[in-house]
Design a protein around this ligand. Sequence first.
Ligand code: ZN
Length: 416
Amino acid sequence: MIVRSLDPLRLDDGELWVAGGRIAEPGQGERIDPGGGLVLPGNVCAHTHLYSALARGMPYALEPPRDFLQILQRVWWRLDRALDERSIRASALVGGMEALLSGTTTLIDHHASPNAIDGSLDIVADALESLGVRSVLCYETSDRDGPQRAQAGVEENRRFFRTRRALSRGLIGAHASFTLSDETLLACAEAGPLHIHAAEGVVDTGAVGRLTRLGVLDERTLLAHGIHVDDEELADFRASGATLAHNARSNMNNAVGRARVLELGPRVALGTDGIGSDMFEESRTAWFRLHEDDLLAPWGWPLATLAESARLAGRIFGESLLGTLEPGAPADLVVLDYTPPAPLDDSNLGGHWIFGLSSRHVRDVMVAGAWVVRDRRLALADQDALAAEARVDAERLWSRLEETPVHTFEPQGAIS
Ligand SMILES: [Zn+2]
């Protein structure tokens, strides 16, 4: 069975053909055989941090963080300063590998490495392209590491935004309102569409209002989190046409609160904020969290937010059909080894998605017409060698991390 579109939901028993990197009319190019399973459009992760891919299980000997700011000062703002070019590459390869194996074909990434800024986005892009992952990249500009690094961040974004690769595009990355001066924020916005954290923790309260006042929130902006917003900011967000990447598991893990996802309007996409890139798992958890609060939440919500993630990527790539399997769409698709144990059609795919489907069913993955996963193995790289090399890089990274002090940045007077 072929899932042509997640929103509106459309399934059929027809044939699926690929030619020239795109879904083709029947009879043209290669026929995709579902093998009795299900073929889906590839999933899109609307916000992630590949640079954290080697962080799982890393040592932590400091006082436990008590709030979101301390999590940044003691964990992530130490890890990002310990990254060098080699560990950036290893992180991107591991993150890209896990994305493809879980059926995610596009990653919208937010990269930070304050001691290796220049050229870092090319390292990430090269690594992802070597595996066949589609990506949208940016560098996390911030004033927290001083004016030189802020300027270098803007420049890295500006440089990469101008490049044109087959599988990669750029946005202009900015960390968050509370670590950015007006000057730096405006320099980012002047360079292109922003991808910025907004109102993730209480420390960033007022961010959406500030972006609105500065005139930098528009339909090309991608905000991540959007939790601490008042009613006026919520209306500003909706009026702007911007997209919000909701990161349910990360929000739970950091205890930062709950986004009002049903009130934020139709442009709500799903990200992982660096907790892998398994969108089956993310969408399911996001759904359970939402449903716990609101039994009347619409059943189509998980699929609609995944479809919105794909539309976001489609707008960035200038591919309006990305995220569908309609003729003319880029051939980004996933073949699932899923034999439905109950009737399945376009009225109930949401139920199968939440209660049955998962990344364990992912068998084959295609990006832009090329097979990148075949029979649960990477097609373009040796995944065992890649993981073995990454473990060596992770040990090197962890030893530098232990020598990296707690970040001393405090948010004072950044918000206008
Ligand atoms: Zn993030």
